[in-house]
Design a protein around this ligand. Structure first.
Ligand code: MG
Length: 505
């Protein structure tokens, strides 16, 4: 990337330190989640806190701020890439600049304590133990929103931290379109003759972990994931971590009784990693490096997991592979059976176990709760009860415990509120990108042959290479010719599941 502007050049030089410290912190966090001996957790927390402090100081450095302010003033006269650099720095730095250091530290300390309490409260199924911490986190989130500023709704300030430009009004518009349709589709599926709510194929079977791992590696290599620039380890919550331009690692988890989960996790995290690895090399170490937002990032993971991984054509390709890997367990099932097995619809209490039809209803519930909590229209004390009411309303099932209800997700204990809606954005963007890709490539044909390279090339050319050059709405416009439109997701769901359940949706 050729940068001519002197101010931008100086900014990039300063930013490089923030970038490097961020990558070192990523290594600490990867190690914490994958390798850390339990007795080292306290020491690691202080090492990480020290790095975080250094990073915050770099953002607040007066020379850096002066340069950025000068760049903002002349923004209009800058070239596309230079302008994007200024926009990204301004967006990423606003948290450090607007929120008082005292609040940032209080938030970090409260959430690390809350996380410990949440883990135990979840195991013991005692919401009351977590409640005071949750209350404090809600009030801190509100305080942060006030410092960040907003037009209509304090929740918007938080949404924008994870997806630039996202507002509660936009979210509400999306869910208003999705929810009635998804509820209707779900009811039709449940009434269909083919509806089963058990999965006999995975019960009491044994799928050795080493074999599952080899299967994941087989598929990741087909997807184009470069093991020379990454690796796959084990962690309890799977994640992708960017340690460097050429070091993007993923993790997986294995369930002995079910071979599907680790494969879907590998494809999901592999999708995140391919995005990071596909950014144009000229952006390395600059604010244009890396995926542009959580929503677009999630579209890349969902694309590989659902649009490819759970598709009829890809599973047709995979059926003999599954049978070779698990000869005694899967020899009797044909590709149609495998397709159904990977796409069973069933309302579940747990978000992470939800199928494609019901998943976004779980997100809608969390969005609605966060919005009322941040606006003080609901007391945290009442959350378990409201959770049950909403589960009944949207999914017609009610959790008996808070462990399977309000305590199930790690997110609130970590602090962030406003993060969940990006999961739904990911699902919607993935369907929209697929619809567009289909006009240029016969995706099903390539999936059936297990040749995924052409698909990756399309993603690289239209999405990955830009990194954070375009904001999510610009990127969608450029890649698909229109802004985010939930229509594509609904069409995809209806087409796919009417085939599986042989009902008209
Ligand atoms: Mg993800």
């Amino acid at each position: 990337m050729k940068i001519k502007d002197k101010i931008i050049k100086a900014l990039l030089e300063k930013y490089r330190e923030i970038y490097l410290l961020g990558r070192i912190n990523a290594l600490l966090s990867w190690d914490l989640n994958v390798n850390l001996p339990p007795k080292a957790s306290e020491g690691r927390a202080s090492q990480s806190a020290y790095l975080t402090k250094l990073i915050a100081e770099k953002w607040l450095d007066s020379e850096f701020r002066n340069l950025l302010e000068k760049a903002i003033i002349k923004q209009k006269s800058l070239k596309t890439e230079e302008r994007a650099i200024v926009r990204n720095l301004n967006w990423a730095g606003k948290y450090y600049l607007n929120v008082p250091k005292k609040v940032i530290i209080d938030f970090a300390q409260t959430s690390s304590r809350a996380f410990m309490v949440w883990q135990k409260a979840k195991t013991d199924d005692k919401f009351k133990d977590f409640l005071p911490h949750l209350k404090k986190l809600i009030s801190l989130n509100r305080e942060i929103a006030e410092h960040l500023g907003y037009k209509d709704n304090p929740y918007d300030a938080l949404l924008d931290l994870y997806e630039p430009g996202l507002t509660s009004k936009i979210c509400k518009g999306i869910f208003d379109k999705l929810q009635p349709e998804l509820t209707r589709v779900l009811a039709r599926i449940q009434k269909s003759e083919n509806y089963k709510d058990s999965s006999e194929l995975t019960e009491e079977k044994n799928y050795p972990i080493e074999v599952q791992k080899q299967l994941s590696i087989f598929v990741l290599k087909r997807m184009g994931y470069d093991f020379g620039a990454g690796r796959m380890d084990i962690s309890s919550h799977p994640f992708t971590d960017t340690l460097d331009r050429w070091d993007v690692r993923i993790t997986n988890r294995y369930k002995l009784s079910d071979f599907r989960e680790s494969l879907m996790v590998a494809m999901h995290e592999g999708g995140h990693a391919l995005y990071e690895l596909g950014v144009d090399g000229i952006y390395a170490g600059t604010p244009l490096d890396g995926g542009v937002s959580l929503g677009i990032h999630e579209s890349q993971s969902r694309f590989w997991e659902n649009q490819v991984g759970r598709s009829e054509s890809f599973l047709k390709f995979m059926t003999p592979v599954f049978q070779a890997f698990y000869p005694s367990e899967l020899s009797k099932i044909d590709s149609e059976g495998i397709f159904r097995l990977f796409n069973q619809v069933k309302p579940s209490l747990i978000r992470t176990e939800a199928d494609e039809v019901t998943y976004n209803l779980h997100i809608m519930l969390r969005f609605e709760l966060e919005e009322v909590m941040i606006n003080g229209r609901v007391m945290a004390d009442d959350l378990p009860e409201i959770w049950r009411q909403k589960m009944k309303k949207y999914l017609e099932i009610v959790p008996e415990t808070d462990r399977e209800g309000v305590l199930q997700d790690v997110h609130w204990s970590h602090g962030p509120m406003g993060y969940f809606p990006t999961y739904t954005l990911g699902n919607l963007y993935a369907a929209q990108f697929t619809a567009r890709m289909k006009k240029e490539i016969n995706i099903a044909d390539f999936c059936e042959k297990g040749e995924l390279g052409v698909i990756l090339s399309w993603l690289r050319a239209n999405i990955h290479r830009y990194g954070s050059l375009y904001w999510p709405d610009e990127l969608a416009q450029k890649a698909t010719g229109e802004a985010l439109n939930p229509r594509y997701f609904l069409e995809y769901i209806k087409e796919k599941y009417s085939k599986i359940y042989e009902v008209s949706l």
